[in-house]
Design a protein around this ligand. Structure first.
Ligand SMILES: NC(=O)c1ccc[n+]([C@@H]2O[C@H](COP(=O)([O-])OP(=O)(O)OC[C@H]3O[C@@H](n4cnc5c(N)ncnc54)[C@H](OP(=O)(O)O)[C@@H]3O)[C@@H](O)[C@H]2O)c1
Length: 258
């Protein structure tokens, strides 16, 4: 079976965050079906309580290791590093699918009047700061002499050049901040880990709890199932070369404007 990381000649050790729902869960399922994947660390706040991940653990045994961690906190980032180290000394692929658009405390803003400092802080903590702090914590697990991929889910609405509709201030800005942070990382990583690839990915519009309240104007043929989205993103990831590092790539392989 094709390795999830091009040019990797060993069974892949993988980390997926946001693994309890939507695209992350579908990624875990697809990767577990790939015999070129040795093991997966699946992270979310409630990974161990997720019935879907429990069912996959029953099916795939020790290939799946679940880690509960709130990535919006330092303790959560540390818990991921400790949890991953307990099962592997090396990571070949890390896919960050954790993200927030809305929850009990946060709704995407329609206008300036509804902006809120606490909401900004919550959204930025997960969407902007967690991905880069996670890589900082996991860096010792990336082998400088072998192929590895760090991919983080962004969103086209985080594109500044493509922003024609307005609204969704915190979500848009947090994704734009993530893009800049990981683009900057890609330059530093190239010096220390020349075989590494670090990219931002836009999954398209995907039928998940995150998009559910906002799907009414999305044509049916433009709304992907999580399984299809995961497949498409894993295809993009499997085709990446180190020269692609620093790109912001959509599900169809095309660049998204910054
Ligand atoms: N769906 C779309 O149409 C779409 C479009 C563009 C971009 N995206 C991006 O794709 C990514 C995945 O989205 P999705 O649609 O799959 O979302 P989702 O179904 O809502 O899943 C989000 C995941 O993030 C985890 N999570 C939330 N807060 C967390 C925290 N503080 N710490 C750790 N994990 C946390 C959740 O698990 P717990 O609750 O267990 O923590 C869940 O597993 C996001 O970055 C999103 O912005 C999605």
């Amino acid at each position: 079976m094709r390795s999830p990381v091009d040019g990797l000649d060993a069974p892949a050790q993988v980390l997926v965050t946001g693994a309890s729902s939507g695209i992350g869960l579908a990624m875990v399922e697809a990767l577990l079906d790939n015999q070129a994947v040795a093991g997966i660390c699946a992270v979310s706040r409630h990974a161990c309580a997720s019935p879907e991940l429990a069912a996959l653990a029953r099916l795939h045994g020790p290939r799946l290791h679940r880690i509960d961690a709130d990535l919006a906190t330092d303790a959560g980032i540390d818990a991921v590093a400790v949890g991953v180290r307990s099962v592997t000394g090396v990571l070949h692929l890390a896919v960050n699918c954790a993200g927030v658009l809305h929850d009990d405390a946060v709704q995407p803003e329609k206008s300036l009047a509804t902006l809120d400092r606490a909401a900004f802080q919550q959204v930025f903590a997960l969407n902007a700061f967690a991905p880069i702090l996670l890589v900082r914590a996991l860096l010792p697990l990336l082998d400088a002499r072998s192929r590895c991929v760090v991919a983080s889910l962004s969103a086209r609405v985080g594109s500044i050049g493509d922003n024609r509709l307005g609204g969704w201030y915190a979500y848009r800005a947090s994704k734009a901040a993530q893009n800049q942070l990981l683009r900057t990382l890609s330059i530093e990583l190239h010096r220390s880990h020349p075989l590494a690839t670090c990219v931002l990915l836009h999954p398209g519009t995907v039928d998940t709890p995150l998009s559910a309240p906002f799907q009414s104007r999305v044509p049916a043929n433009a709304l992907f199932t999580p399984a299809r989205a995961a497949r498409q993103l894993l295809d993009v990831i499997a085709g990446l070369q180190p020269r692609d590092s620093g790109r912001f790539i959509a599900w169809d392989g095309r660049d998204v404007p910054w």
